[in-house]
Ligand binder design. Structure first.
Ligand code: SF4
Ligand code: SF4
Length: 224
């Protein structure tokens, strides 16, 4: 899932300066699960932003809404109403949702309340770890199901580097070395021979090196 964090309040307040009627819009998917951008968080943010202490004059009027997925333009266009007097939307979605709203309601300004941070998995309640960078050419079958692109600080395809110390990453001793984890996983799987395979220079076009990526699945509506 996509993980995001609420921006610092002073940054949000500066972003909405000058707008008088603002719709704070939550998103009901990934950012709800990671407790940063759902309906409840939208209401909390609206309450905070209504406080006069953030403004020299009167606070703006803040309204609140939420939609299941801000990143689907047909859902947004069909179900999200924006009153004509609203002069900005403050979105609690990931960057994909913010941009989809911006397209759907152009020229209304759509502002990001979150910093979109990573594709993560939850290890225990309230804790998410980055585990994937959406590289478009998944190599987990060669690495024991542990991603070196997302989980090695240097995204090494042939590791470990020379700095791995006692199983910890040299960049952050509190983070396990991804290549140490890969080694131990492959050992348990009796697949250590996979480490003999040297990854050649990778073609990063699949990871976005050739510009924005598009996926078209035919047979579902109009792919255009
Ligand atoms: S190899 Fe690529 S697709 Fe697979 S987990 Fe890592 S970043 Fe994600
Ligand atoms: S110590 Fe391990 S995880 Fe850290 S940069 Fe080196 S290979 Fe990657």
């Amino acid at each position: 899932m996509i993980v995001g964090d609420l921006k610092p309040m002073d940054e949000i307040v500066a972003m909405i300066a000058g707008y008088r009627k603002i719709l704070v819009l939550g998103c009901g998917s990934c950012v709800t699960v990671c407790l940063s951008g759902g309906e409840r968080e939208a209401r909390q943010l609206a309450r905070e932003l209504s406080h006069p202490m953030h403004y020299q004059g009167d606070p703006p009027e803040i309204r609140v809404g939420s939609i299941l997925r801000q990143c689907e333009q047909d859902l947004v266009s069909a179900y999200q109403e924006v009153a004509p007097d609203i002069d900005a939307i403050l979105s609690l979605a990931c960057g994909a949702g913010v941009q989809t709203l911006g397209d759907a309601f152009e020229p209304l300004p759509v502002l990001p309340a979150l910093n979109t941070t990573f594709y993560g998995a939850s290890s225990k309640p309230g804790v998410w770890h980055e585990v994937c960078q959406g590289c478009g050419d998944c190599l987990l079958s060669h690495t024991g199901g542990i991603c070196p692109i997302a989980r090695c600080a240097k995204s090494l395809l042939n590791g470990p580097c020379g700095g791995s110390q006692n199983g910890a990453c040299e960049i952050d001793p509190n983070t396990p070395c991804a290549w140490m984890m890969i080694y131990h996983r492959l050992k348990k799987q009796n697949k250590l021979h996979l480490l003999d395979r040297l990854s050649l220079i990778r073609d990063w076009q699949s990871a976005g090196g050739a510009g924005p990526r598009v996926r078209i699945r035919t047979g579902i509506g109009d792919p255009q």
